[in-house]
Design a binder for this molecule. Structure first.
Ligand code: SF4
Length: 297
């Protein structure tokens, strides 16, 4: 069972005692969340008609310079809650009609999340979603195997140069791919309910970045080499908007062009993956464009 005493929950492996101090993720052992509410802006198989019961945890294991949620992930916006309160939040969201419990950026709080889910056992009967940046340790994924139904990792970069430059994680790709392989080995192929919603499986998200469409294609190639097309669901996202510190890098200080996005989408379709695309043209700081279709192809 993972704990906070010498924290190695994520690939940063700080080794700090979080009962005494914060780690690189800026979090101690006190659970800090920024928001817990029904959320409609995930892929349709997650949000459904009533919404996903989303809990946004403060802090992050990555330092993405373009983070849309930078106030929560990088600037520690949020408030402290106890494990019992987290259990109550899960049950409250279920009572409000949530199709699932959606843990956003949960990695720094895995020990508390496991305990809160254990306390909800027998009362919480909707799937639990692990919504993360992909920068995970295989050991932490393994520790979660009895508590998570749906894995929702990003796969952001292939290039170590890009992952270092934009997220301060040079080892991102190999680390994230190993974690996603572990997630898929635990969850198996996607399982949908009669309501069309995902009940179990892995949905990999890839956000296309300006100037990096070739990097996107290498990611899709790697997914093809490691997974059968029906092993995972792939969501190719167009919503990149330069926010937070993105302006420090001129090449990513713009939206993704239609050509860039469509070329990646065509590549994903040719690889045979099922999944989602996103409408172009609607992304702004305040608006996430809707996901389209049940299938990429
Ligand atoms: S979860 Fe936080 S404290 Fe623990 S290893 Fe990762 S960055 Fe360090």
């Amino acid at each position: 069972m993972p704990d906070y005493l010498s924290c190695r929950l994520c690939p940063r492996r700080c080794g700090v005692n979080r009962t005494l101090t914060a780690g690189r993720c800026r979090q101690t052992d006190k659970i800090r969340i920024a928001r817990a509410a029904l959320h409609m802006w995930e892929e349709p198989c997650i949000s459904g008609e009533r919404g996903s019961g989303t809990v946004f945890f403060s802090g992050c294991t990555l330092d993405c310079c373009f983070c849309q949620n930078f106030e929560i992930s990088q600037q520690n916006k949020g408030y402290f809650i106890t494990e019992d309160q987290l259990t109550d939040i899960f049950l409250r969201l279920q009572g409000e009609g949530a199709h699932n419990i959606n843990l956003v950026s949960p990695t720094p709080f895995v020990p508390s999340i496991i305990k809160a889910l254990d306390k909800a056992k027998g009362r919480l009967n909707i799937p639990v979603v692990y919504n993360c940046g992909g920068y995970e340790r295989v050991e932490t994924v393994e520790a979660l195997k009895d508590h998570i139904d749906i894995w929702l990792p990003d796969l952001k970069y292939f290039s170590a140069e890009a992952s270092k430059k934009y997220s301060n994680a040079e080892d991102y790709f190999a680390t994230a791919l190993a974690a996603i392989k572990k997630m898929q080995s635990i969850a198996g192929k996607p399982v949908f309910g009669e309501d069309g919603l995902l009940k179990r499986g892995v949905l990999v998200r890839h956000l296309v970045l300006p100037t990096l469409r070739k990097d996107s294609m290498k990611i899709i190639e790697a997914l093809s080499e490691n997974f059968a097309p029906d092993d995972i669901i792939l969501s190719v996202m167009s919503q990149y908007t330069p926010m937070y510190r993105a302006a420090e890098h001129r090449e990513i200080n713009r939206r993704v062009s239609t050509f860039e996005y469509n070329s990646v989408l065509d590549f994903a379709r040719a690889a045979g993956f099922d999944g989602y695309s996103q409408e172009r043209g609607a992304a702004t700081n305040a608006y996430v464009p809707p996901f389209e279709g049940e299938k990429l192809r």
